[in-house]
Design a protein around this ligand. Structure first.
Ligand code: HSE
Length: 417
């Protein structure tokens, strides 16, 4: 079968490389060679596969020999228009582009269904980690109640380094940029938007319906500090940027935020640029997927697995995806967490006010103090709905005149503290 790759950057060129490295293996699996016929890119020349280089999309669109199209261009336009046009001609399209999957996925899935072909997007979440197909196949008979993941390698690298070195966010970001792990404009990663898009795709897979990543509460890691890690260490916990989706009957909860997680959480040891995705099903219980969430060959490997699926499902729509019906995401205030609240001064004389705001009567009052610091301490609250926590925090500040410098959400079993 003949293939075209649209966008020959890191991932696009990785796809050509994986097809070459594993060509015998792939040939055995699908029974015929996958031939790269076109590469659509703005580059003038290419060091390898230069003979395939074209600059005009219509060549791909009009060539009936091209049955498979890989989109690794990124961005929404013109990726969306190109993908749609290929699907309308019955060509299978495989995309690694989370922006287009998140914004236009349901329309493209419908177009694929109408034209008996497939729109696959395994590489759009978790890079090389096979999460989309796991949800579609292995969780087909399950009611998925929660998916929580470390979905961004850049921020996980930064947080891992902060923990290891006791360093602050800005200096660690600079180091990550020097090492090539973080972009010069790091916003999409560190402000949580990349994780938010991936979380929206996971929510759409879970619910079977469409959602908007703009409706997911999204907080990045810029405000996580070395002091937060000192408290985390005292509690034997880790801080990670999580994207989380929960389904409770027909209500959907989702957020992206840095959280403290305890050592019994399978996500706790996920370090450096790795990703981890914990999926909970009503009968299966918890499964954890772990691996390379980014990078040339791992991401390209996921694209190639989609290419093989497309060959196997030629002529019919496989059904991976979701409908165009929009679901509502519950407001962030209706999520419940424990919170580590960092409070100005020392705890003397504050027990009553802190109890009133954050602790049940039977909870032990155990302020947490860092060695050598008298300007602040912290309390770990009981589980509170976020809207109650925020209202109580405001009341506490007004009543006591003490500032709460910062808070960080905590996800843990009671036995861990
Ligand atoms: N910038 C992303 C990450 C790449 O760091 O995980 C994959 O989406």
């Amino acid at each position: 079968m003949k293939l075209a790759i649209m966008g020959y950057g890191v991932i696009g060129s990785g796809v050509a490389e994986v097809l070459k490295i594993n060509q015998d293996q792939i040939m055995k699996k699908v029974g015929e060679p996958i031939e790269l016929k076109y590469i659509l890119d703005q580059k003038k020349t290419l060091p390898e596969n230069g003979e395939c280089l074209i600059h005009d999309f219509s060549v791909i669109e009009k060539d009936p020999e091209v049955a498979l199209v890989v989109e690794t261009m990124g961005g929404i336009h013109p990726a969306y228009e190109y993908i749609k046009s290929c699907l309308e001609k019955g060509k299978h399209v495989i995309s690694s582009n989370k922006a287009v999957v998140d914004a236009c996925g349901s329309k493209l899935i419908r177009t694929a269904r109408e034209h008996d072909c497939n729109f696959y997007f395994e590489a759009s979440v978790g890079g090389g980690i096979p999460v989309i197909r796991t949800l579609y196949h292995n969780y087909a008979g399950e009611e998925v109640t929660e998916i929580t993941g470390i979905l961004n390698g850049t921020t996980n690298f930064i947080l891992s380094q902060m923990k290891k070195k006791g360093a602050g966010f800005s200096e660690t970001l600079r180091e990550a940029q020097q090492l090539g792990y973080a972009e010069r404009d790091p916003s999409a990663d560190v402000d949580g938007f990349d994780t938010s898009r991936k979380t929206a795709i996971l929510l759409s897979m879970t619910s079977g319906n469409r959602c908007r990543h703009e409706d997911i509460y999204t907080e990045g890691i810029r405000n996580v500090s070395a002091i937060d890690f000192e408290y985390a260490e005292k509690l034997g916990m880790n801080i990670r940027l999580l994207g989380s989706v929960q389904a409770v009957e027909d209500r959907y909860f989702a957020y992206v935020a840095p959280l403290m997680i305890g050592s019994s959480d399978p996500l706790y040891p996920v370090d450096g640029v790795f990703n981890g995705i914990r999926i909970v099903g009503n009968c299966l219980g918890t499964t954890m997927l772990y691996g390379m969430g980014a990078g040339k060959l791992p991401t390209a490997s996921a694209v190639v697995s989609d290419i093989i699926a497309a060959v196997r499902h030629r002529g019919h729509f496989q059904g991976i995806g979701w409908s165009e019906k929009m679901i509502e995401i519950e407001p962030m205030g209706s999520n419940a967490f424990r919170y580590l609240a960092r409070i100005e001064g020392t705890p003397e004389g504050l027990e009553e006010a802190l109890r009133e705001a954050f602790l049940e009567e039977e909870t032990a009052f155990r302020p947490i103090r860092l060695n050598g610091r008298s300007d602040e301490f912290a309390v770990l609250t009981d589980i509170l709905f976020e809207e109650d926590f925020l209202a109580n925090l405001k009341d506490f500040e007004e009543k006591t005149g003490r500032r709460i410098f910062h808070f960080i959400r905590v996800k843990c079993g009671d036995h861990e503290i």
